[in-house]
Design a protein around this ligand. Sequence first.
Ligand SMILES: Cc1cc2nc3c(=O)[nH]c(=O)nc-3n(C[C@H](O)[C@H](O)[C@H](O)COP(=O)(O)OP(=O)(O)OC[C@H]3O[C@@H](n4cnc5c(N)ncnc54)[C@H](O)[C@@H]3O)c2cc1C
Length: 187
Amino acid sequence: MGAGPAGSAAAIQAAQSGLLTVLVEGSAFPRCRPGETLHPGIGSVLKQLGVATEVNTASELRHSEIKIDWAGNRSRTRFDDPSDLSQLGYQISRSKLDTILLNRAQRAGVDVRQPCRALAPILSEGRICGVETTLGPIRAAFTIDASGGVGWLRKKQSLALYRVPRGCSQGTGIVKADARTSLRGHY
Ligand SMILES: Cc1cc2nc3c(=O)[nH]c(=O)nc-3n(C[C@H](O)[C@H](O)[C@H](O)COP(=O)(O)OP(=O)(O)OC[C@H]3O[C@@H](n4cnc5c(N)ncnc54)[C@H](O)[C@@H]3O)c2cc1C
């Protein structure tokens, strides 16, 4: 449920593991979403998902360090070896990343339903056994809520949310493509 990076990655992994998988996304793609700077550590995950080459090609800039401002504590981390591409962070627009992951999910055999909104969980004896959607019900042994900050299932089930205190989540990335080009981003 949700075809952001989490939902598409989960769907690809499920399909690669041989599960019959349906991915439900409320928005039509391409769409504008925040978030474009990725840590180099994601490289091994991209490889596992089968999209490493595509993301490498689509990543406009690769950055060599990050600065973190966390509740007043500041740190600056240079990645291990800036001359090694696999040690650099990625800068890629979310619309491109989302599309690469969704296309990969489709190639892996995922049944993508889009635009299609999840309306309510289907419950049986206290267990979630599927989702009612705008395109009809989907029965499933497992349901993954990847609706991001929307917290769709949490809201539907009135589950408690633990909030990280405000002011603890500011990060700044310094992005260096080469000696002549640099870009500073923050979120
Ligand atoms: C301003 C800003 C800047 C950011 N910058 C960065 C950054 O540089 N680098 C970084 O790593 N992270 C960044 N982030 C965080 C990043 O955006 C999130 O971590 C990431 O989007 C989470 O991915 P996700 O797949 O969990 O959720 P999302 O990307 O939010 O995807 C959830 C999906 O679920 C779908 N959905 C929701 N409800 C329903 C429903 N009822 N039915 C069907 N579909 C539904 C939505 O349409 C969406 O496609 C930033 C966030 C913000 C707000």
